[in-house]
Design a protein around this ligand. Structure first.
Ligand code: PLP
Length: 384
């Protein structure tokens, strides 16, 4: 998305980050030479090497080995795959209170009773709660714990490494939804201690509809889709070669840009200050957050109105939680943080590789004007 093409401001990278030029080029090139990677002829072998080169690059993004990575149709399938695999092994299932639906819904469908792991008022998972919960397990229990790396609505980063230490001491497994964190902060799976990890290409500038699940030896995957035996028999179906090529190119670009990505925080924070000056609440600002994410709320100023008002001025953001129908529903993440009064009036602005300081400034300017109109209407109603 180039500025010349439109004067609009796109601050919705946590929903989908526009495809990076490198990813577009790699996708188009792979599409242009389409062949089946399982074919033994030269074109098939070329397609195979596109997939295997990509596997090594995407694995590098999270410090894993290529042999530990299975490509999927995206982050939802990656989470579902990891949870279903470990669900057969686990006898207990503990799930973070602010997980994305891709985790929460698949955990709920696992057949195990879900124990919800609470977060504090900043959205950070309570490690003391986990410690106590694990200490209460009998020796023959096998706990599966799911904790996201970074929250999609607030950007809040979870204490994943600390959780992994506790989970492993209890002979359990830790699944980490790293869909929002990957490409935004450095991830090293061995240091982190995650047993399985979910990734999605379109959150870091790759194409939609492709992702990966990464797993260590202690967390074997159970075949997800059965059929032609692709992906070491774990996920059948002819590989999405073009999507996978785009994923790898985006991952490579994101790794290159990790350092400069941190600069987003300065621009975001200066916009946040302008909003906070009107009385808006900046959610999660006291704890570690992704540099690109701003979740902000004003009691009584509905998220839907904010999003629509901004959109009319060409500024694209999301309500904290939008369903696939496009309707806005109260944010379960904010409710879990004890901020139910803000749950239907929180919006999320999220920058990325296309974003400039001017984008954040324009967002603040348009938001403050919309808020001014809202406050004036509210005052008129009071006097009517
Ligand atoms: N997990 C998180 C934290 C997400 O933000 C999303 C997408 O919004 C997903 C999982 C699902 O990923 P995908 O859209 O690739 O299925």
């Amino acid at each position: 998305m180039t500025r010349a093409a439109s004067q609009s401001v796109y601050l919705d990278h946590n929903a989908t980050s526009p495809v990076r030029p490198e990813a577009l080029a790699a996708t188009m090139s792979a599409l242009g030479q389409a062949a089946n990677p399982s074919s033994v002829h030269a074109a098939g072998r070329r397609a195979r090497s596109v997939v295997e080169d990509a596997r090594a690059i995407v694995a590098e993004l999270v410090g894993a080995r290529a042999s530990e990575l299975v490509f999927t149709s995206g982050g939802t399938e990656a989470n579902a795959f990891a949870l279903a695999s470990a669900g057969d092994w686990a006898s207990r299932l503990i799930v973070g209170a602010t997980e994305h639906e891709a985790v929460a819904a698949n955990a709920a469908a696992s057949g195990l009773a879900v124990e919800v792991w609470p977060v504090d008022a900043h959205g950070v998972a309570d490690l003391d709660w986990l410690k106590a919960q694990l200490a209460g397990l009998s020796a023959d229990e096998r706990p599966l714990v799911a904790l996201m790396f970074a929250n999609n609505e607030t950007g809040v980063i979870q204490p994943v490494a600390e959780a992994a230490t506790l989970v492993h001491a209890a002979q359990g497994r830790l699944h980490v939804d790293a869909v929002q964190a990957a490409g935004k902060i450095a991830i090293d799976m061995p240091t982190l201690g995650a047993d399985t990890l979910a990734l999605s290409a379109h959150k870091l500038g790759g194409p939609q509809g492709v992702g990966a699940v990464v797993h260590t030896e202690r967390a074997p995957l159970r075949p997800g889709l059965r059929g032609g035996g692709q992906e070491r028999g774990l996920r059948a179906g002819t590989e999405n070669v073009a999507g996978i090529a785009g994923f790898a190119a985006a991952a490579q670009a994101a790794m290159r840009d990790l350092e400069s990505f941190k600069g987003q925080a300065l621009w975001r924070d200066s916009a946040a200050e302008r909003l906070a000056a009107t009385g808006a609440v900046v959610v999660g600002e006291a704890v570690d957050r992704l540099a690109n994410t701003l979740c902000v709320a004003v009691p009584g100023f509905s998220a839907q109105l904010q999003v629509m008002g901004l959109d009319l001025e060409g500024v694209m953001v999301s309500a904290g939680a939008a369903c696939s129908s496009g309707r806005v529903k109260p944010s379960g993440v904010l409710s879990a943080m004890g901020l139910s009064d803000l749950a239907d009036c929180a919006i999320r602005a999220s920058g990325g590789w296309t974003t400039t300081k001017q984008d954040w400034d324009r967002f603040a300017e348009v938001w403050c004007a919309a808020y001014g109109r809202h406050a004036a209407r509210a005052r008129m109603k009071e006097f009517a």
